[in-house]
Design a protein around this ligand. Structure first.
Ligand code: PBG
Length: 326
């Protein structure tokens, strides 16, 4: 034998030398869940070791992330039921929880990249990402609200708005309004290929944002989120979002969709983000709690695989755990 592939695997140092993929703290986007109140740090039942924070305790958490080298956050708010309606009116409140959260983060850590969730579901009494009329999610009316919502986040100081709704044409509408209002440097990270996935369950627990079980209200999000069976459609969605002005595109969920990540990363010239979602987090936490999987080893393998598939950045609930190991 002239060629022995095992030569390059003989020691850790050699393996490190020939490694093709690596993970750094700056690869991560940290999702943060915010609630009203004071002194609140609530564990999310279906997401062990993951918490909702009130704004006072969020300050400390943001500083902790920054010190660890985690430089971007994606903000989600849990809105009180009495503020919810069909049109997401509260989402546009300049003094709303999201807007105050953005200002709080920028106040404690001006350099932290603040990304914000733009979607109606946390504000919708029906738990949908769009306005519902006669059982149908209204695309264009929803886009008007999403654009106003994105503008409101930009005005509060968000660096990047992240529409997670999957309405058609919303990137163009949001970009146009931001340009018109002078927010030329506010970026858009589009959830471009977002699948109608059962892996979002724990997240909907975290925000109490699941679609409600009422007559004439769709029970799922399949008329706007994508069918997990489809591949070409993901490329189409992503290319359209880029044309409409997306700065960063996203594939979501992560692990089950790494074939899509690879294709999109080959096909586009903008950075690709992957969202390793709540159900992926919950699965590993549960198996590790039972002693069935080695938490840290499996976590790093999953994160590495997401990057190897072509992700430029990863939104992950494991960000702190991973950086602690790195
Ligand atoms: C909703 C939204 C969801 C997630 C992010 N934004 C859930 C959904 O579409 O129902 C899921 C994130 C996760 O599961 O970690 N706009």
């Amino acid at each position: 034998m002239l060629r022995r592939n095992r030569r390059l695997r003989t020691t850790q140092a050699i393996r490190n030398l020939v490694r093709e993929t690596s993970i750094a703290p700056t690869d991560f986007i940290v999702p943060v869940f915010v609630v009203e109140g004071k002194g609140i740090k609530q564990e999310i039942p279906s997401m062990p070791d993951y918490y909702r924070y009130s704004l006072d305790l969020l300050r400390k958490e943001i500083l902790e992330l920054w010190v660890m080298g985690l430089t971007s956050v994606l903000v989600f708010v849990k809105v009180s039921e009495k503020l919810k309606d069909n049109k997401g009116t509260e989402a546009l409140n300049a003094q709303g929880l999201m807007q105050r959260a953005i200002k709080t983060i920028k106040d404690v850590c001006p350099d932290m990249i603040v990304m914000t969730d733009v979607a109606l579901d946390p504000y919708s009494k029906y738990g949908h990402d769009g306005i519902v009329e006669q059982g149908i999610i209204q695309n264009d009316d929803t886009n008007s609200v999403l654009s106003e919502m994105a503008l409101s986040h930009a005005q509060a100081g968000a660096d990047i708005v992240a529409p997670s709704d999957m309405m058609d044409g919303r990137i163009l509408d949001i970009r146009s309004l931001l340009e018109q209002e002078g927010f030329h440097n506010t970026g858009i990270m589009s959830y471009s290929a977002k699948y109608a996935s059962a892996f979002y369950g724990p997240f909907r627990d975290a925000l109490q944002s699941a679609p409600v079980d009422l007559k004439n209200i769709p029970k799922d999000k399949k008329t706007y989120q994508m069918d997990p069976a489809n591949r070409k459609e993901a490329i189409k969605e992503t290319l359209m979002d880029i044309k409409e002005g997306a700065d960063i595109v996203m594939v979501k969920p992560g692990l089950c969709y790494l074939d899509i990540v690879r294709e999109i990363s080959n096909a586009v010239d903008v950075p690709v983000a992957v969202y390793q979602v709540s159900g992926e987090y919950a699965m590993l936490k549960a198996a590790a709690q039972k002693g069935w999987l080695d938490h840290n080893a499996v976590m790093m393998e999953q994160l590495l695989s997401i990057k190897r598939a072509g992700a430029h950045m990863i939104a992950s609930y494991f960000a702190k755990d991973a950086v602690t190991i790195l």
